[in-house]
Design a protein around this ligand. Structure first.
Ligand SMILES: N[C@@H](CCC(=O)N[C@@H](CS)C(=O)NCC(=O)O)C(=O)O
Length: 241
């Protein structure tokens, strides 16, 4: 069984909130099912945090045998999935858009058509061309795997470092344009990109790659200290366990 109730999260995750907050917010019956180390789970958590939505968390490890009840929620067996009362939704982009529209709080999608299109572009770029090399090849092989006692595969890391060059260059151009990734108005583009970059720069090679993209680096300077990112940091596995 890979599903355990983990915690209820308020504005500052893992910190209990005031009784009034708790009663009012938990009444909304929102649960995020996800794996603590998943970047996609963290994207959803960042959006929930930005909207100041309290939610329960259920830990689901998609790399372990999945409970059939979870597959009912997410037939493709990935994380995250969100439930809000009887409403169920999976796919991170759908979750974060839903969270933005369904709850009050600062809007995470501007009304400007061009900025909105840029959000879709950034999330599409990172999902299709960034996640696998930056997170699953570079971060997993250089940082996460070794902490779990698995040796790094240098071939995977080298392959994973080739693809992000273009990804980072394109994102740097988008940050330079300034419609999104501007460090001022936080949008779903920031929520989607920040967890991926946070993992990528934990590898020395990732930090070096980012350092040659000044506009993205400037953006990272703003976003890396955001409470929504910091309070959703799952940490890293303890190699002694
Ligand atoms: N398209 C999905 C991707 C989610 C995804 O790939 N999540 C990863 C964890 S970061 C996962 O569940 N991996 C399990 C696997 O690859 O089997 C989304 O946007 O939610």
């Amino acid at each position: 069984m890979a599903v355990n109730l983990l915690c209820i999260c308020g504005n500052i995750d893992n910190v209990p909130f005031q009784a009034n907050d708790h009663e009012e917010k938990v009444a909304q019956d929102i649960t995020l099912h996800g794996y603590r180390y998943s970047v996609y789970n963290r994207v959803a958590r960042m959006a929930l945090h930005q909207k100041d939505v309290a939610y329960a968390r259920v830990e689901v490890d998609p790399f372990a045998e999945l409970d059939p009840a979870y597959l009912n929620l997410h037939p493709f067996g990935r994380v995250p999935a969100l439930t809000h009362g009887a409403f169920r939704i999976f796919e991170t982009r759908a979750i974060t858009r839903y969270v933005d529209h369904a709850f009050s709080g600062p809007p995470l999608q501007p009304s400007d058509a061009k900025a909105l299109a840029r959000i879709d572009q950034v999330t599409g770029i990172i999902d299709n061309y960034g996640y696998w090399p930056m997170v699953r090849q570079v971060f997993s092989q250089r940082v996460f795997g070794p902490l779990e006692g698995e040796p790094s595969d240098e071939g995977e890391i080298a392959a994973g470092l080739a693809a992000p060059r273009q990804v980072l260059a394109v994102l740097n151009g988008i940050a330079e344009e300034g419609l999104v990734l501007n460090g001022r108005e936080i949008t779903l583009a920031d929520c989607h990109l920040a967890p991926m970059i946070d993992y990528f720069v934990r590898a020395g090679e990732g930090r070096d790659a980012l350092s040659s993209h000044p506009e993205l680096l400037k953006w990272w300077g703003h976003v890396s200290v955001m409470p929504a990112l910091r309070s959703t940091d799952p940490g890293l596995p303890d190699p002694r366990i």
